[in-house]
Design a protein around this ligand. Structure first.
Ligand code: PMT
Length: 411
């Protein structure tokens, strides 16, 4: 990535201040960065901030004779190895989706042949609006464009929901990892979230999985160029841009949907879901009444999706997760061997702030003959690193399989 030429477009939104940090991180990684600001962005941050951080004059206008005399806009479009628009407002997404070229940044996006990464940031209602979603679909269908995020959580306006710009470190990680796109053309299926096993029409057995780990991995795999499908239990997360989601409820649904999607073609299968190991033997037709002091439920074992996928004769590269409260590495290693996996991510969940539900995690990746520790960080950042590791191992196995195929053909 050293010397990579990144053109950063900044549009109007409060998240524009975070893009200053993004410039710093990209410069630190050895990239050459030039910034183009829209007039809306200038209302939030001054060009001088970006000039000081990038070490380059900031461009703000298409019709600026002195700037055009230096590097004209077509030259600038050709200079960029990648255009990153962060934050990308709803207005910019709409204009990009329509191919408009009515200011410098939109013109550069029309003139470039480089990949364009769009990092949305807006109020949650604007993000959910059907017109924004329609523009998002157009952008996602465009092979030159990749959409990263948005994140969800507290917003500057006081709302809570999807629309926050990804953190600068997460954007930088994705942009840096993306080149080369380590999973270009690879089909990835990821299970995420909890399952629910009905006791009666209003009650169920479940667990605390929020789906955040699986959704972050799906976004990271998509950013690395993969064709990603999420088989997802019930969660409160927005669909990651560019990722297909198959909603399921029970462990049996999860097995059926995963098998169907793997039948259709899958190179890497990653199981982050916290699947209920047991379900009630029967589900009562009517709500159970609390007429007795004690209630016993007969439970039966659920099918194991991960083991079933790894046991197929056409098994993909298979990665499991193991959430453990004690002897984490020992139990995870046992699952790696017993389920015939290529890799397992050991996830200690007794430490506060990691594992179920939170935004951060700390894990150890284990594979036959090796391991790598990942310290505590956001699930978004961690996912970029895990996907890079998985891609490396997947490629190594695919390469050695190709070699043995070709030696068989020769002999
Ligand atoms: O969703 P979050 O709130 O972000 O939390 C993330 C997480 C803690 C759920 C995740 O990081 C994690 O550790 N997931 C594994 C949960 C678990 O307890 O797995 P397990 O040890 O029961 O199962 C081992 C593996 O087999 C897992 O990959 C699991 O998806 C899979 N499995 C298990 C049982 C079953 N019936 N089917 C399966 O596919």
């Amino acid at each position: 990535m050293a010397q990579k030429r990144i053109l950063l477009g900044v549009t109007g939104g409060i998240a524009a201040y975070k893009s200053a940090e993004l410039v710093r991180l990209l410069k630190k990684a050895g990239c050459s960065v030039r910034v183009v600001m829209t007039s809306g962005a200038e209302a939030f941050v001054t060009p001088l901030t970006f000039q000081a951080l990038s070490g380059e004059a900031v461009r703000t206008s298409l019709l600026d004779p002195s700037a055009e005399a230096g590097m004209g806009h077509i030259e600038l479009a050709k200079w960029a190895d990648i255009i990153v628009v962060a934050p990308a407002s709803a207005n910019f997404m709409a204009r990009l989706a329509q191919g408009m070229a009515d200011d410098l940044l939109s013109t550069l996006c029309c003139a470039t042949e480089a990949p364009i990464v769009v990092v949305p940031a807006m109020n949650q209602a604007m993000w959910k609006n059907h017109r924004t979603q329609r523009n998002l679909s157009l952008l996602e269908a465009d092979p030159q464009i990749r959409v990263l995020g948005p994140d969800q959580g507290d917003q500057a306006c006081g709302d809570v929901g999807p629309g926050r710009m990804l953190e600068p470190q997460a954007i930088a990680d994705r942009v840096l990892l993306d080149t080369p796109r380590s999973l270009a053309g690879v089909r990835v299926v990821i299970t995420a979230g909890p399952t629910r096993e009905a006791i009666d029409p209003v009650r169920y057995i479940s667990n605390h999985s929020s789906g955040k780990m699986g959704y972050a991995l799906a976004a990271a795999a998509h950013a690395a160029g993969a064709d990603v499908t999420l088989v997802s239990g019930p969660v409160m997360l927005p669909r990651p841009a560019g990722v297909a989601v198959l909603p399921i409820v029970t462990a049996e649904d999860m097995l059926a949907s995963s098998m169907r999607v793997v039948d259709a073609g899958c190179d890497i299968f990653i199981a982050t879901a916290a699947v209920a190991d047991y379900r009630p033997l029967t589900c009562a037709d009517q709500k159970l009444k609390k007429s007795q002091e004690e209630l016993s439920l007969a439970l039966v074992r659920n099918p194991d999706t991960l083991a079933a996928i790894a046991g197929r004769t056409d098994a993909p590269f298979t990665v499991g997760f193991a959430a453990e409260t004690s002897d984490v590495i020992r139990y995870a290693t046992d699952k790696l061997t017993r389920k015939h996996l290529n890799m397992i991510i050991a996830n200690g969940v007794s430490q506060a702030g990691v594992g179920f539900n939170g935004d951060e995690n700390a894990v150890t990746a284990l594979w036959p003959g090796g391991q790598q520790v990942f310290g505590q960080e956001t699930k978004v950042n961690l996912s970029g690193r895990l996907i890079a590791l998985i891609a490396e191992h997947y490629r190594a196995i695919a390469h050695s399989n190709n070699q043995s195929d070709s030696s068989e053909v020769k002999s």
